[in-house]
Design a binder for this molecule. Structure first.
Ligand code: ATP
Length: 317
């Protein structure tokens, strides 16, 4: 555990019979991060999140939350965590106000404090107009907001969300992502599981890739993409002669494509001087350029590379 980490998982194994759902898994979650655990069906995401949230016990290994062991000091660890219920776990006949107040009282809050926090959360999520509507009559996106509000009643520094946007339409997902970004303030840590690479890309400050119960890569989306390949600038030129002239005169190391005679490519480094040189070259040749394309590896490419190479980088920031 470092000064900046809030959750530390060490050599964690969880066995169900002869099968290891988690297999000597180690990772740290940085305080204030949005850490997204990515993995296929059965990779072990829910098991990992539930052990961190003290809902399951490890077969071996340790998990600490702000230094509290989740087995020997489960109560202290649990107090720091807000957990969103799984989709459709709320009482369909209750209203958002009832659900939130009940949660507050169940957590041991004074009824008035629970009522105040409920009002604040309803306002935070723009749910004031629906606070007396039965959960069963709310849209899926609104229900997920209530789920999230439930996790926040205790004002926890860590919020754990297991596949929170499953079943939401694209617009509700965008809205939900914005809510999550807003919640990730004042050093609050979000730990989120998903199978959706795009969700991980737009949401995560840190991605943990799980496969068969082990971490195969960890890092920021940018660093994982850099690991798999570089950003590339592709130019399409008007004809082959122009392409040859461009290649001879350009100072930046553009490469010709053998199978596409009017196309040149440049792997872009992050060095500003190199970029400036390339842009100068392009400016000089503007009239001979028909097409201009900037491409960068995606998390899909990272997944393909991980499948081929077995393991990726760990703890890249
Ligand atoms: N209570 C249980 N009893 C037996 N096996 C279990 C139990 N819970 C999970 N498993 C097994 O452990 C493995 C990991 O399951 P887990 O639910 O953690 O994966 P996941 O990555 O969350 O999957 P999904 O994306 O499908 O939710 C799977 O093979 C699963 O079948």
């Amino acid at each position: 555990m470092t000064a900046t980490s809030t959750i530390s998982v060490s050599d964690l194994t969880k066995s169900y019979g002869t099968r290891n759902a988690l297999d000597r898994l180690s990772l740290t979650v940085e305080r204030g991060s949005r850490t997204v655990v990515l993995g296929h069906n059965g990779a072990g995401k829910s098991t990992l999140l539930e052990i961190i949230a003290t809902l399951r016990t490890p077969t071996s290994g340790t998990v600490t939350v702000e230094g509290h062991d989740t087995v020997t000091h489960a109560r202290e660890a649990r107090r720091l965590i807000g957990l969103t219920p799984q989709a459709n776990a709320l009482d369909p006949l209750a209203t958002p106000t009832e659900v939130l107040t009940f949660q507050g009282v169940a957590l041991g809050l004074d009824r008035r404090v629970a009522a105040r926090r409920t009002r604040n959360l309803l306002e935070l999520f723009g749910l004031q107009d629906q606070h007396r509507t039965q959960i069963s009559k709310l849209s899926g996106g609104t229900r997920r907001k209530v789920d999230l509000a439930v996790a926040l009643v205790s004002e926890p520094p860590i919020v754990i969300l297991d596949e929170p946007t499953t079943g939401l339409d694209p617009l509700s997902r965008l809205e939900f992502w914005n809510e999550l970004r807003r919640l990730n303030q004042n050093d609050r840590t979000l730990l989120i599981s998903t199978q959706d690479l795009h969700e991980a890309d737009v949401l995560a400050t840190d991605v943990v890739v799980l496969r068969d119960g082990a971490v195969t890569a960890q890092g920021s989306p940018e660093s994982l993409k850099r690991w798999v390949g570089e950003r590339t600038l592709t130019l399409g030129l008007t004809d082959e002669l122009t392409t040859q002239t461009f290649l001879t005169s350009s100072r930046a190391p553009f490469r010709a494509e053998t199978d596409e005679p009017r196309t040149v490519r440049l792997a872009l480094s992050s060095d500003p001087e190199a970029l400036k040189t390339a842009l100068d070259d392009i400016g000089q040749f503007a009239r001979g350029i028909e097409e201009f394309r900037l491409t960068e590896p995606s998390l899909d490419d990272v997944f393909v590379a991980l499948a081929a190479r077995g393991r990726g980088p760990e703890h890249l920031r």
